[in-house]
Design a protein around this ligand. Structure first.
Ligand SMILES: NC(=O)c1ccc[n+]([C@@H]2O[C@H](COP(=O)([O-])OP(=O)(O)OC[C@H]3O[C@@H](n4cnc5c(N)ncnc54)[C@H](OP(=O)(O)O)[C@@H]3O)[C@@H](O)[C@H]2O)c1
Length: 303
């Protein structure tokens, strides 16, 4: 039976996809990272911090990058090397990767995780902010790919792990720029996977669902501020209230869960192309595969 607006199913009623073979608590080989080097961006918070820690536990020499280096002191005390890096500043990326390569002489894993959610209606988000959103979430990510691939090619091996989102699969109103960047990360990563496969470099996409980090308050703040006094204010308030409700461990998964999934993707012999992970990720993946656009519109419009 085809799905139409008239017989719209509830999300929970959609048939289950086969379960992923990667349980959240699957034990990781504690020696898998020995002799290997990883760079993790956005490591001053949330998913990036958890990933840096997880990779260090597996024996990787980890370089953790972000703007707020003072937030990475705990990682530094555990032997992680800290790099000050701003994804809107080309020089900081060039210098950061050069420092890593001078010291470590190789790079095995790049985790492109840094990012933020710039919310607000397309009509009200200043174009400079829209460009900044792309600069951080897409162009910064791509620039780091450019900087590490020559070394990975010479090595004949490497793994690039791009953190996308379930927001790279579905869409919400008042979040177009964020979704545009994550859809871009999905497409860029798919093309890149084919470009780099002949050189022995894997490209993996991580699609987190709702994760309990600083991401949601930052997105919520941008939404409320950009919508104030505009025709979108009422809807923005409702969406902000919904985002507020899902914050916290009751509805959102921990960044550690995503960190472990990224560590698995970094170390498993044959990685999947994509790893949906965390609260809502499975449901959204199913919904996107099974529902036509208008049916999904009807569900998402309730936000
Ligand atoms: N939390 C979720 O529900 C969720 C869901 C799906 C996908 N994601 C994605 O997961 C990734 C990590 O987010 P998170 O949830 O861990 O959020 P978070 O706690 O806010 O962490 C974001 C990280 O990105 C870094 N960052 C932001 N702007 C940057 C810039 N201009 N240059 C360099 N680093 C920058 C921040 O470091 P500094 O500010 O110190 O530079 C911080 O370490 C993002 O790509 C996000 O879109 C999150």
């Amino acid at each position: 039976m085809s799905i139409t607006l008239a017989n719209l199913p509830r999300l929970a009623d959609l048939p289950k996809l086969p379960k992923l073979p990667f349980g959240s608590e699957e034990p990781l080989d504690p020696t898998a990272g020995r002799g290997k080097v990883a760079l993790v961006t956005g490591a001053s918070s949330g998913i990036g911090g958890a990933t840096a820690l997880e990779l260090a536990k597996l024996g990787f020499k980890v370089y953790a990058a972000a703007r707020r280096v003072e937030r990475m002191e705990t990682l530094a005390n555990l032997g992680v090397s800290v790099l000050r890096m701003d994804l809107t500043d080309d020089r900081s990326m060039v210098v950061g990767v050069r420092t890593l390569l001078d010291e470590a002489q190789r790079i095995d894993v790049l985790v492109n995780n840094a990012g933020y959610g710039s919310y607000g209606a397309v009509e009200t988000v200043p174009m400079d902010e829209a460009r900044r959103q792309f600069e951080v979430n897409v162009f910064g990510l791509a620039r780091l790919v450019q900087l590490v691939t020559p070394t990975m090619r010479e090595q004949g091996s490497g793994r690039i792990i791009n953190v996308s989102s379930i927001g790279g699969k579905i869409y919400e109103p008042l979040a177009a720029w964020y979704h545009a960047t994550k859809f871009a990360v999905e497409g860029l990563s798919d093309s890149l996977r084919l470009e780099l496969a002949p050189f022995g470099i894997d490209v993996v996409i991580i699609e987190p669902g709702l994760i309990d980090t600083e991401w949601t308050p930052i997105a919520r703040k941008s939404l409320v501020e950009r919508s104030k006094g505009t025709p979108y204010e009422g809807r923005a308030r409702r969406l902000a209230a919904m985002l507020r409700r899902v914050e916290g461990p009751r509805f959102s998964s921990s960044p550690e869960l995503v960190g472990r999934r990224i560590a698995l993707a970094a170390t498993t012999a044959n990685p999947r192309t994509r790893y949906p992970v965390g609260a809502g990720a499975g449901t959204v993946t199913r919904a996107r595969r099974m529902l036509p656009d208008r049916a999904l519109d009807a569900i998402v419009s309730q936000l």
